[in-house]
Design a binder for this molecule. Sequence first.
Ligand code: PAF
Length: 278
Amino acid sequence: MQVVRTTEALRLALTGDGAPGSIGFVPTMGALHSGHLHLVEQSRSANDITVVSIFVNPSQFNNAQDLERYPRDEQRDVALLTDAGVDVVFVPNTAEMYPPGFSTWVTVEGLTNVLEGEFRPGHFRGVATVVTLLLQMVRPQRAYFGEKDWQQLLVVRRLARDLMLDVEIVGVPTVREPDGLAMSSRNERLDHSARRAAVVISQALAAAQAEYTAGERDHDALERKLHNTLAQEPALTTEYALITDANTLQAPASSNAPLRALIAAHIGGVRLIDNIPL
Ligand code: PAF
């Protein structure tokens, strides 16, 4: 496995021995967990070469403290990726991604006004810009994103389509801990009691899904189910808990719209998000 830190070294690694075959790409911010390794597996099974990037992207953090506290452990990440059979790891620094004078930003309109976009102003401008840059640098045939960040997946699909990037964006279902908590790098920051309490997020989603499966179609009733379940855990502060059209993230316009339940909440000083299809 090659670890490269510059765009030039990345290009050499990907073109060194002539045509590299198909490239699968997994962008990450490091602090890897089984969810990331599952994305790597998906990429390896469908492509000749798998590239993973590790870059904690400052422009997608709207809170300086959140950026500072984001877990980082490059040595451990590189060891995990070596064992996972990754071919190239791209670990750029901030100047490599945003050289002096950098002034071009990618903004996806509409989709980014709600949910994460509402509570984390500027977040998706940072995500859309760094993902566009990374896709230009790696030029993969396929890029893999977890469904845990459902809104991010929709935003990336939209930018790839609108900017006519020649890449397939592959969404991969969320990997969960045995008790249901969605895998996330932020889970590392939960202390023992916050970790125990955090399970209520996936329980609320499962409760709404069960009601839907049992025939409930009233969105208010399904949202009440989310809120009532979350309210059972006093240590948690809900930011949003909504049932939306899975594709537009707006209130469902018709009774046959595909639905998604989405939650963002704070627990023990950590902000967690999760979602589930209904
Ligand atoms: O999901 C993430 O880890 C990040 O938002 C991404 C896609 C790597 C962009 O920084």
